[in-house]
Design a protein around this ligand. Structure first.
Ligand SMILES: Cc1ncc(COP(=O)(O)O)c(C=O)c1O
Length: 389
């Protein structure tokens, strides 16, 4: 069987919209174009009904209730609302936030801004696999701590956080617990009740939905979590996120969440086989391939490796048939080692020789075979050049 080039192996960056998602969205661009807030007529009513359905599909994915789902433009916005909205609302209780050094920039840059606004932020370190020690979370809590924000799965190395343990500690100390689950929700089971989560950021484009739509779960059951808005206006989404709802995108997000809920387990098993196969075959074929991130507590579809003797910004141009990522914010002119790999304790050489390969729903066995062969050839050639130089 032949493969179509280039092969997409960057599902952690974004995913293609599933055909079933697109088909569900299309009528909401055309005949059902109503404003979900214009409930006085049929057009608005149909849109509102579609939004309600999507809300319950997304809630079901994470064992939440519909009224706990706030639509946003994506995980970046959900992260911003969580940090700014909670610290503003709970300012009389305290001014301290706990997060970790390997978070996505949506959290880290928001945290930096909080510091500029006079708040206190603790950035916890991670171990060599990228995990935060739950006991370090406990030790960091002070009477002024209002929020703990620890990502569910890292976008570069796929390492999963000890959410259950951290959630228990947060509850014991009556501190709100937020997780950025952009890479986790839809790929592995996420239960806000079992994990004691108070706020969760989710993004549609990481789960075969459209870009520019996401959600923030805000606990409203046994305790009422209060968040101040970041965007003000017509009071949509319980006043937390004003702005006319993007109905087609929300419909797509709902279907994407539903499909993930149903297909999650089967996909995770299939994709874990692929990432394991790529790792083991690369390790057998070339020297010095090391896994970055946790060996078992990791996203099934993510693989991050460092390869001795290569520089990823030299290797990637030779891999034009494969859409893979350096796994670090780097460009050819100015290679910057990833803050995540640095946090694992790696030096520049290992950090700058990393590749992130992420597979997904459309990845085939043949594509995996092709990718392994192509990578092996390119790495061997690159290692030869480096040795000779
Ligand atoms: C962990 C994590 N958080 C946040 C984001 C941002 O998500 P969005 O593109 O929906 O704003 C991403 C996407 O790259 C991510 O991987």
């Amino acid at each position: 069987m032949s493969v179509t080039l280039p092969i997409y192996l960057d599902y952690n960056a974004t995913t293609p919209v599933d055909e079933r998602v697109l088909n569900a969205m299309l009528p909401y661009f055309r005949e059902h174009f109503g404003n979900a807030a214009s409930t006085g007529h049929r057009f608005g009513g149909i849109a509102q009904h579609a939004v309600s359905k999507a809300r319950s599909q997304i809630a079901r994915l994470i064992n939440a209730r519909s009224e706990e789902i706030i639509f946003t433009s994506g995980a970046t916005e959900s992260d911003n609302i969580s940090l700014f909205g909670v610290t503003e609302r709970y300012a009389t209780k305290g001014d301290h936030v706990i997060t970790c050094v390997t978070e996505h920039k949506a959290i880290l840059d928001s945290a930096k801004q909080l510091e500029r606004l006079g708040k206190q932020v603790t950035y916890l370190p991670v171990d060599q696999y990228g995990r935060v020690d739950p006991e370090a979370v406990r030790r960091a809590i002070t009477p002024r701590t209002v929020l703990i924000s620890i990502m569910a799965a890292n976008n570069e190395i796929g390492t999963l956080a000890a959410l259950k343990e951290i959630g228990t500690i947060a509850r014991e100390h009556d501190v709100l617990f937020h997780t950025d689950a952009a890479q986790f929700a839809g790929h592995l089971p996420l239960d806000v009740e079992a994990l004691n989560l108070d706020l969760v950021s989710i993004s549609a484009h990481k789960i075969y939905g459209p870009k520019g739509i996401g959600a923030l779960y805000v606990r409203r059951t046994d305790r009422w979590v209060d968040v101040a808005p970041v965007i003000y206006g017509g009071g949509h989404e319980q006043g937390i996120r004003s702005g006319t709802l993007n109905v087609p995108a929300i419909v797509g997000f709902g279907v994407a969440a539903e499909l993930c809920r149903v297909e999650q387990e089967e996909q995770a098993t299939r994709l874990r086989k692929y990432t394991n196969r790529i790792l083991h075959q690369l390790q057998n074929a070339v020297e010095g391939v090391e896994l970055n991130g946790h060996p078992t507590e990791r996203l099934p579809h993510n693989l991050n490796v460092s390869i001795k003797g290569i520089k990823n910004n030299h290797l990637l141009p030779a891999l034009e048939d494969l859409a893979i990522s350096a796994g670090s914010a780097c460009n050819t002119a100015n290679p910057n080692p990833s803050h995540v790999l640095r946090a694992l304790g790696f030096g520049d050489e290992r950090a700058l020789s990393s590749l992130r390969i992420s597979v997904g729903r459309l990845t085939t066995e043949e594509e995996v075979t092709y990718a392994i062969e192509t990578l092996t050839k390119a790495i061997k050639a690159s290692q030869l050049v480096t040795c000779a130089a």
